[in-house]
Design a protein around this ligand. Sequence first.
Ligand SMILES: CC(C)(COP(=O)(O)OP(=O)(O)OC[C@H]1O[C@@H](n2cnc3c(N)ncnc32)[C@H](O)[C@@H]1OP(=O)(O)O)[C@@H](O)C(=O)NCCC(=O)NCCS
Length: 250
Amino acid sequence: MAIEIVPLTERDIPGTVECIQQAFAEDPYFLWVFDPSKFNKQRNSDSLTARCLWGINNALFYVAKETSSDTTATTEGEGSSNPASSSSSSSAAQQQVLGVSCWLPPHPASVPETWYSWFQSWLLSFRQLLTNIRYLGHGGLNTRRYWIWKYRQQEAQEAIWNDPRGYYFCNIVAVRPDAQGKGIGRKLFEVVTDQADKEGVKCYLESSKMVPNVEIYRKMGFEVMRAMDCVDGEDSCKLFCMIRDPKQKL
Ligand SMILES: CC(C)(COP(=O)(O)OP(=O)(O)OC[C@H]1O[C@@H](n2cnc3c(N)ncnc32)[C@H](O)[C@@H]1OP(=O)(O)O)[C@@H](O)C(=O)NCCC(=O)NCCS
């Protein structure tokens, strides 16, 4: 199976959302932060779609697709202004997305946020607000737990982020369950870690799955720097903060 890693386009958003939802269905952090009895999959799709639209312009957002004449022939839906459209061409594009990665570029601590970046974040928040209004709530997201995690994340980054150039931040990496273990995750990582190596910049990620993810990420050059305990009453979720130092290519 030949795989290509390409930047996310609007046409691939439905397949990207489906891939993320499938890959994270059993994720410990996902199960902790969402109440499964109230989880609204359609609302979650709309929220992820807003995140993807933001990511096209503001993140390093890649999809892994199988390279084949069958899939490349399906380009009718290209340029469609409605990424959530359920046309036949768009559902064919959905099937092609086998994996996804979203990275935030490094942001040096000394550089203030640009107006463009501020406006884009505002636009994302506005879209998320509209989603909350349309669905009358957060669709099962436990916002208290979300903020516990954000607080712990800030604490962890203040403790272990010591490089003034900033870090490539792996926000999402997901491979469809039926495509895992075939080298797609590595390809999704390498498109960014190769760039980080050329620039001499560190990478950062968080994983709530000790087994097997921590071992998988070690193979990509990451090391556990800190464990984050997100505690809400009797329920807690542990996340592992991992950092990768740039490698010099021989
Ligand atoms: C974690 C994930 C992105 C990895 O992607 P993948 O395509 O399955 O991984 P790959 O096949 O590219 O394997 C990468 C490396 O890990 C190794 N590996 C894969 N599965 C492994 C396992 N279960 N145990 C140990 N090592 C494993 C591979 O051998 C490979 O090493 P190598 O290239 O040195 O031989 C993917 O499994 C996934 O989406 N999981 C569910 C969602 C998730 O947990 N996302 C991450 C949240 S932080």
